[in-house]
Write a protein that binds this ligand. Structure first.
Ligand SMILES: [Zn+2]
Length: 507
């Protein structure tokens, strides 16, 4: 469909329960030119020309999901992730997600702007739904600082990710973290961290290999929970020292989640992002006797062998200690994973999830009774839209919002399987999971892009979404603190007594 036709498409979603993060109400939704025009009972727009009517009776009408964390066609660890921006966004749509935020990641010493342009040139001709880009800071210099400023001002970037792991590749040290966080704060950006102690991982990996542990279990053993928790605590401490809001990507462990939860209780501006994988499966799979099965779960930070982890993370997501959900979708097939068949450190890190996230969270979160439909919307789209300054254009169904909408059947079930999924991978880490909560229709900017298993997408149809700096949801508090919470010197009379010291004489 040419863009003009798409823009003119008119859509009426009738009789569903419209669910936002703060309210559910039975109402019709009328869409024109990709934007919600009316929400209310008994809407009756002119039937012609070309009004598409969708019946949503007994179904939920929710904002399309926002996946805050993907790596499509990512060149990484001697390979390239299989889902590209076409298959990846198509799979997203099939799962009820209408926007992804991917990462542009420069090599050390390389330009951030060039990385951004490169990723955008990969994405633009392929994306089937809207997308945006976080940019990684993998080294530090004045040039990096200038590029961050230019990316914020000219390219619509408001989030930068720093790696505390991947030593010698992407890892930055504490001083660089301090500089990067300070710069984010000045620019009104959200600082993100991959929180794991890269030094300990490097030592741990050597130790495991020396002990003859070469299989995927070594991947978890060389970087246990405390390695993640320590880095999370350190990142929070450094961010707090410069009053910079912090966003911890892929929270994988109970101990790291507890650190975030405690920091929030101390009033720190910090957000935690568990992912579909950490909420839906666990690290016992690394001990599976089948090498290919075990390797398929390898990602960093690893899934945890404590099987109560997913339930614990879901509890924290439900009660507000954790805020948003992504997937870290970065798929490698078994043959790519086999690069590390004799050495777990060479197994490309990454798992699927972009298609599965919404159903996994509905099943484990809502169907289980841990959260309601409104909290589901909050953690799958609204909170992400607020943190990354897309709200209320995204993450809400209201007049003036982008018509990124999903008709969701909470009673229907589907079984997740690599045989039927749309992710470009021959393995699914949720294989066999039966999920309540199925996207029946997905609408992207007012166009029905997926209905009853059938796609109507064109590569390149999605748009890059700019994100302005200083998201109010994050920065109102930060700015106020900046004004009222500065330390002040004690006013006192000058000391006028004798000053004596012992001169140190050189021998
Ligand atoms: Zn990632």
């Amino acid at each position: 469909m040419p863009p003009q036709t798409r823009a003119r498409q008119r859509l009426l979603i009738k009789g569903g329960k419209v669910v936002n993060d703060d309210l559910s109400v039975v109402a019709d939704v009328y869409v024109e030119e990709g934007v919600v025009q009316q929400v209310g009972p008994g809407l009756n727009p002119e039937p012609s020309p070309g009004l598409v009517v969708l019946d949503a009776t007994n179904k939920l009408v929710i904002p399309g999901g926002i996946d805050t964390h993907t790596h499509m066609e990512f060149p990484f660890m001697g390979s390239r992730s299989k889902d590209d921006f076409y298959t990846g966004t198509k799979a997203a749509i099939a799962g009820g997600t209408t926007m992804i935020i991917d990462f542009a990641i420069p090599q050390k010493g390389c330009s951030l702007t060039e990385a951004f342009d490169t990723w955008k040139s990969w994405a633009d001709p392929k994306v089937c739904c809207d997308y945006s880009l976080h940019v990684a800071v993998t080294w530090w210099s004045n040039k990096v600082k200038q590029e961050m400023e230019s990316l914020v001002q000219n390219k619509g970037v408001n989030s930068f990710k720093m790696f505390m792991a991947y030593k010698d590749i992407y890892m930055v040290n504490d001083e660089e973290l301090y500089e990067a966080f300070s710069c984010c704060k000045e620019l009104g950006a959200v600082a993100q961290v991959h929180a794991e102690n890269g030094e300990l991982i490097a030592q741990g990996a050597k130790k495991m290999l020396a002990m003859g542990i070469t299989g995927p279990e070594g991947h978890e053993l060389c970087r246990p929970e405390e390695v993640e928790a320590e880095a999370t605590q350190r990142a929070i401490t450094i961010a707090n020292a410069v009053n910079c809001p912090l966003y911890v990507v892929h929270v994988m462990s109970k101990s790291s989640a507890k650190v975030i939860s405690d920091a929030r209780r101390e009033g720190k501006v910090v957000y935690g992002e568990p992912i579909a994988a950490s909420l839906g499966t666990d690290g016992t799979n690394y001990w599976n006797k089948d090498w290919a099965h075990a390797a398929a779960y390898v990602m960093g930070p690893p899934l945890r062998p404590d099987p109560s982890t997913p339930g614990f993370l879901m509890n924290l997501l439900a009660n507000g200690d954790l805020s948003v959900t992504g997937t870290d979708n970065c798929t490698f097939d078994i043959c790519q994973k086999a690069l590390g068949k004799d050495d777990f450190t060479k197994i490309p890190n990454g798992v699927n999830g972009v298609e599965d996230r919404m159903s996994v969270i509905w099943e484990k979160g809502v169907h289980s009774g841990k959260m309601d439909e409104n909290r589901f919307v909050a953690v799958t789209s609204t909170n992400a839209a607020k943190i990354f300054n897309l709200y209320p254009k995204k993450g809400r169904i209201a007049v003036g919002s982008d018509a990124d909408i999903v008709i969701w059947d909470p009673k229907a079930t589907r079984t997740i399987s690599a045989k039927t999924h749309h992710q470009a991978n021959n393995f699914n880490i949720f294989e066999g999971m039966v999920c309540h909560g199925v996207p029946v229709v997905t609408v992207s900017r007012g166009k029905v892009v997926y209905e009853g298993g059938v796609f109507n997408v064109t590569a390149g149809e999605g748009k890059y979404v700019s994100r302005p700096p200083f998201p109010p949801y994050v920065y109102k508090r930060v700015r106020q603190r900046e004004q009222v919470c500065q330390p002040v010197p004690v006013k006192r009379a000058p000391y006028t007594g004798t000053v004596s010291g012992t001169p140190v004489t050189q021998k």
